[in-house]
Ligand binder design. Structure first.
Ligand code: SF4
Length: 371
């Protein structure tokens, strides 16, 4: 069957490898664009969060290219992801787009449903192909995140402005082409060295900022208006606190230990939040506290307009910011977000961090030399 998956950053590389290994033809939607967003906005409920609108745009564009089925992740808890599949199914039906939806619901929603959907996907080449596909997909996702992290390190130090993002795109294309784990590991080592080689070796350390918030907006550069790149070009080294590998580890491999993980996160929030609020809300608060203790210069919190888990996190983070004296920039994105205002807010935030750092260095020098 010709299958498609929605975009969320570069994780289409791993999904494509998994589905191809299981014998499916993969029709990827075109990269997210204004056209994708306007299609999604036109056919989705007005107040639904941005990720769903872009998903709908992705599906329509992929179906126009010939996709016959859609593979997507389900969800549960106090977050709208849990009913994305049902709403999207109705939207596509109303548009007369006849496609199959294969929804991989989390294991805690019932193992039988998940098992049936996985067996359905593995049908063309048998269950062995699932194992091979999962291994290749896991390795590809590892390689993608390694290279993206290398790019975040290099951007504020790059020898030529903008070159890191261009090289990263070429490196990711090579990762996508790799068809065995051995070749993938070799390519990954070479590409990582190529990206690190773009950095200047100056003793001046750039500002360090942690990126937290809703997973889709963090990973999909179209929705966050190339946030990592913009910050990197302003001289900031970004650390992403959310990733696909972490999500898979926590929500699939460690799913039987979910209550233990939640208890551990609640403990890390030092009493600011005492229960799971859905999405990555709890993680956002726990990560901010950890990064503040690790002497990060600031935090950028990003979420789509009306995202419930992150609205709860945001209300708590204001107090965390004041108590731990760590500046936090709150960014809320939707289909109306304008580039100019967004850039101005980033520049003002970086300016504030630079001034704060200079004041700190001055105080340190004064206390050391008594002048
Ligand atoms: S985490 Fe927020 S933006 Fe993401 S699906 Fe849930 S409610 Fe929507």
């Amino acid at each position: 069957m010709k299958l498609t998956v929605p975009h969320m950053g570069n994780c289409y590389i791993a999904f494509e490898a998994l589905l191809q290994e299981m014998g499916h033809e993969v029709i990827l939607p075109p990269t997210c664009s204004k056209k994708t967003l306007s299609l999604g906005t036109k056919y989705s409920p007005e107040t639904i969060c941005l990720p769903m609108k872009i998903n709908v745009g992705n599906y329509i564009e992929a179906i126009q290219l010939g996709a016959e089925g859609i593979v997507m992740i389900g969800g549960s808890g106090p977050c709208r992801l849990g009913y994305f599949a049902q709403v999207q199914k109705e939207i596509l039906k109303d548009l007369g787009l006849d496609v199959e939806l294969i929804v991989l619901e989390p294991a805690r929603e019932g193992l039988k449903n998940l098992k049936d959907q996985i067996l359905r996907l593995a049908q063309p080449k048998g269950i062995g192909s699932l194992w091979r596909g999962l291994r290749l997909a896991w390795e590809k996702q590892k390689a993608v995140e390694l290279l993206e992290n290398a790019a975040c390190y290099v951007r504020p130090r790059e020898k030529q402005l903008g070159i890191t993002s261009r090289v990263l795109q070429a490196s990711l294309a090579n990762i996508r082409q790799a068809n065995s784990i051995a070749s993938l590991r070799r390519i990954c080592r070479e590409e990582q060295a190529r990206i690190l080689d773009l950095a200047n070796h100056s003793p001046v350390q750039p500002l360090k900022v942690g990126l937290i918030g809703e997973i889709y907006t963090i990973l999909e550069s179209f929705t966050n208006l190339n946030l990592e790149e913009r910050l990197g070009h302003l001289g900031v080294q970004v650390t992403r606190e959310v990733s696909v590998l972490r999500w898979v580890r926590d929500h699939i491999f460690l799913s039987p230990f979910a209550s233990y993980r939640i208890k551990r996160l609640v403990k890390q929030t030092d009493g600011y939040l005492n229960s799971w609020v859905g999405g990555h809300g709890l993680e956002s608060v726990a990560s901010t506290i950890q990064l503040a203790k690790a002497d990060y210069n600031g935090i950028v919190h990003i979420m789509p307009f009306t995202c419930m888990p992150e609205i709860i996190a945001q209300s708590v983070l204001t107090k965390v910011s004041a108590d731990l004296q760590i500046p936090i920039l709150f960014l809320i994105v939707d289909e109306h977000t304008g580039e100019a205002g967004y850039q101005t807010r980033l520049e003002a935030f970086v300016d504030l961090l630079q001034r704060k750092q200079k004041e700190f260095q001055h105080e340190k020098a004064t206390s050391l030399f008594g002048c």
